[in-house]
Every structure is written in structure tokens, then in C-alpha cells.
Design a protein around this ligand. Structure first.
Ligand SMILES: C[S@@+](CC[C@H](N)C(=O)[O-])C[C@H]1O[C@@H](n2cnc3c(N)ncnc32)[C@H](O)[C@@H]1O
Length: 221
């Protein structure tokens, strides 16, 4: 195995091991079980699910494996991430995992419109490591592509009504902004709630996760 951090560009704030094209994320290894647990309790078990910012591909494989009656579409705008997702899909040999699509949520069209409506859209650890336009694009796309009653699942750190939920999240927010002033921990009430309202999504679940993260679920009206 080699270290991805030997490569000049890091999009994931962590050092990832590689095996061929397959990337291994230490954080995905830690959080994939708690995420799958909450995901399976809050999200549809049947129909099409669209994963945004699939990264290494490990979450997509793990979640699609646990939900065999879904058709799991995954994507990422980053070519190295898509190569890793392709390699993980080949390794997993899952009949219900499709992609990766080159989806950038800030684009007006995502290239998967012909597959819509989706019963679920999922974005793990993306909107704080991208400009706020990505959060806007994600909610706009969820408004366009989710079925009525479909769910949007977000996972990551969030502040609540202007207050960080833990000192570690405050420090993480500062480190994100030091890397890129357009990145940062998003606020559920001040940043995200207006996007949900604008795109006909109602927040239905907030679940506290390990390491001061949240799973947040919205339902398309
Ligand atoms: C920190 S990684 C998280 C990967 C994976 N979801 C996880 O939790 O391990 C963030 C991912 O979001 C993707 N991303 C960044 N900007 C995006 C955008 N505008 N649209 C879609 N995905 C984006 C990146 O390419 C990257 O793979």
C-alpha cells in the first residue's frame, strides 16, 4: 500500500492508503457502521438512492450491501475518487451498485436526471469541505430529483443556531477555513434550514453520532 498524501492534492483532510486504484479512508472505517445503522433506520429500503461525493467508494459499497433492494447510484466530481469507486465496485461485485457518475452538485444538471425520481439522496462529509455553493446545489438537486416523500440524508459536523456543539468542531471549523475560506462547518438553523425550505424539504430526523457528528434527514414534501 502507498499513502495518498504522497500525491500533491488532498481532498479528504486525511491520509488514505491505496491498493491499486482503491483508496482506503481511515474515517470511513471508523464511521461506516454507525452511519449504516442510522441510515437503515431512517431511509427507504427500496428504490433508487443517489450518493453524492462518494469519495473512496467504501461507504457506497457498505450501504448498498446492507440494502439489497435498493439500486444505489454513486458519484463524485473528482477523477481519482471515481477511479477508486470503480475499483471498489469491481471488488464488491454488487448487483445493485451503479456508477460512478461525474456529479458536481453545483452544476445546473447532474447527468442522472433520466434516473429520477430518486427515493433517497445521501451526502456524507461533503458540504463543509466545499464552498457553500455545494450545499445550495445539493438542496436544489434534492428538490428537483427526489420523489415526493423521498429523503435526503446528510452526515457530518454541524453547528446549531450559531453555536458549535463541541470545542473539537470549533477547532475543525477554524482549520477548514484556514485551508479555504469558502469551507466551514455549516449551521443547521442558519445555513441549512433556509435551503431546505426553499426546496420543499422538511427536516424529520437529527441523530447524534460519534465524534460530535450528526446524521440529519429531510423529507421532500
Ligand atoms: C471528505 S470527502 C468525503 C467522501 C465520503 N463521502 C466519505 O464520507 O468518506 C468529500 C467528497 O466530496 C466531493 N465533492 C466536493 N465538492 C463536490 C461537489 N461540488 N459536488 C459533489 N461532490 C463534491 C469530493 O470530491 C470528495 O470526494
Amino acid at each position: 500500500m502507498t499513502k495518498e498524501s504522497e500525491h500533491p492534492r488532498e481532498i479528504a483532510l486525511e491520509s488514505r492508503e491505496t491498493l491499486g486504484a482503491r483508496l482506503y479512508s481511515p474515517s470511513a472505517a471508523r464511521n461506516r457502521e454507525p452511519i449504516r445503522d442510522v441510515f437503515s433506520k431512517t431511509m427507504p429500503h427500496i428504490g433508487k438512492i443517489l450518493e453524492i461525493g462518494g469519495g473512496t467508494g467504501e461507504h457506497g459499497v457498505h450501504l448498498a450491501e446492507g440494502l439489497p433492494e435498493t439500486i444505489w447510484h454513486t458519484g463524485d466530481p473528482d477523477p481519482a475518487s471515481r477511479a477508486s469507486i470503480t475499483a471498489w465496485i469491481a471488488e464488491a461485485k454488487l448487483h445493485n451498485l451503479v456508477g460512478p457518475h461525474a456529479i458536481d452538485v453545483t452544476a445546473a444538471a447532474w447527468g442522472v436526471e433520466e434516473e429520477a425520481p430518486f427515493q433517497g439522496i445521501v451526502s456524507l462529509n461533503m458540504i463543509h469541505i466545499a464552498p457553500f455553493e455545494a450545499a445550495k446545489g445539493l438542496f436544489a438537486g434534492a428538490g428537483r430529483l427526489l420523489a415526493s416523500g423521498g429523503k435526503l440524508f446528510l452526515y457530518g459536523p454541524f453547528s446549531r443556531d450559531g453555536v458549535h456543539t463541541a470545542p473539537s468542531n470549533e477547532a475543525f471549523d477554524a482549520s477548514l477555513k484556514a485551508r479555504d475560506t469558502s469551507w466551514g462547518v455549516r449551521d443547521l438553523e442558519r445555513d441549512i434550514a433556509p435551503l431546505a425550505q426553499k426546496n420543499a424539504l422538511t427536516r424529520v430526523e437529527i441523530v447524534e453520532m460519534p465524534a460530535n457528528n450528526l446524521s440529519v434527514v429531510f423529507c421532500k414534501n
